[in-house]
Ligand binder design. Structure first.
Ligand code: SF4
Ligand code: SF4
Length: 102
């Protein structure tokens, strides 16, 4: 009698890399981040539009100015905007950015 091998099925197949910030290079930090509450973001990282709306300043390379370009980590983590705090790793929005990572 032949037996059918049973394959372990996990949430992530081994050929599919798992979504993780460590393999991402801060993809979500290229999105527009509105500052809607005061969390103490330093002035030099804030862009203000003509209506007074505040967003995180993005530099010519597209990333938020608070990203350390060597480590790709947030340099103002304790003071990051509310939107950054709410952005969850492996969420739908995260996966969209992670798929376009470079
Ligand atoms: S896009 Fe997702 S995986 Fe990439 S840095 Fe942001 S939270 Fe982490
Ligand atoms: S404040 Fe920090 S977490 Fe938010 S976009 Fe900028 S670098 Fe990323």
């Amino acid at each position: 009698m032949t037996t059918i091998p049973i394959k372990q099925i996990s949430e992530h197949s081994s050929s599919e890399p798992e979504v993780a910030c460590s393999t991402c290079r801060a993809s979500c930090c290229r999105l527009e981040v509105m500052i809607i509450t005061d969390t103490g973001v330093p002035e030099e990282h804030i862009a203000t539009d003509k209506w007074g709306g505040e967003t995180m300043l993005r530099l010519e390379d597209g990333w938020c100015s608070a990203v350390d370009r060597d480590t790709m980590l947030c340099t103002i983590y304790e003071n990051r905007p509310w939107i950054c705090r709410e952005f969850e790793m492996a969420s739908y929005e995260c996966r969209n950015e992670w798929e376009n990572r470079n």
